[in-house]
Design a protein around this ligand. Structure first.
Ligand code: SAM
Length: 219
């Protein structure tokens, strides 16, 4: 009962503050039709990304891990007309869905998906840096390396956000048996906590602490 009540409140917040429009709904539908996994952020997280984009006066945003473009649409919509979103995706099939969804959502002019392993692509982005906001949401094993790149590609005041940094609390109970993915997240949380260049907090995205963002501001 209590849990149900919490979920009802969460649904109300989503409805009132983060309603989805056709562009977002269609992105989800075409992802499903193409057989992509349903592992995108939720609407409250999408709106939270927009809040952080506004806080960092974002004109240039970098995303690592596009999937079907759902979070990308939220991010692109936080940009001014002459702003730019670059989103990195390893799977060409995903990137194809992203391009179609960006076009339908009306953000294709300011949002671009680049195909390839993000770790290879990041070094090519130095001429396009600094990014005002960087959203990390790809393979968890590489999160520590993504963080180093994110800091390199940012400026004072940039915000670096990484998804899946709560994982039901698993990431706060490291053990020798943990998966490589969990180990990557444990390391990411530790690096962001200890790095003197960052001010960091982990934010649960629901009251059951299922998962959440790690939010780091570059000093
Ligand atoms: N940000 C998306 C959203 O919320 O709508 C969800 C991203 S999904 C959790 C992770 C994506 O990262 C997948 O599409 C996967 O193919 C991609 N990915 C995994 N490893 C990658 C890598 N090394 N480089 C670039 N993309 C990668």
């Amino acid at each position: 009962q209590e849990k149900q009540q919490r979920h009802a409140i969460e649904a109300q917040i989503a409805q009132l503050f983060a309603p989805e429009d056709d562009g977002l709904r269609q992105a989800l539908e075409s992802a499903k039709a193409a057989g992509l996994p349903e592992i995108q952020i939720n609407p409250i997280q999408g709106k939270l990304l927009q809040v952080f984009a506004a806080a960092s006066h974002a004109r240039k945003i970098l995303e690592i891990g596009s999937l079907a473009g759902y979070s990308g649409i939220w991010l692109a919509r936080a940009l001014p007309a002459d702003g730019r979103l670059i989103t990195l995706e390893i799977d060409p099939k995903h990137a194809e869905v992203v391009r179609a969804s960006f076009a339908r959502a009306g953000v294709a002019e300011r949002a671009e998906v680049r195909v390839g392993n993000a770790l290879d692509q990041l070094s090519t982005l130095q001429t396009e840096a600094p990014f005002d906001l960087i959203f990390i949401d790809a393979d968890k094993v590489s999160y520590p390396q993504y963080l180093e790149w994110a800091i390199k590609l940012s400026r004072s005041g940039s915000i670096i956000i990484a998804d899946n940094c709560v994982r039901g609390g698993n990431v706060f109970q490291p053990s020798p048996e943990m998966s490589e993915d969990t180990a990557g997240l444990v390391k990411y949380n530790q690096l962001t906590r200890e790095d003197p260049r960052l001010t960091t907090i982990v934010l649960a995205n629901d009251n059951d602490y299922t998962d959440g963002f790690n939010v780091a501001v570059v000093k």
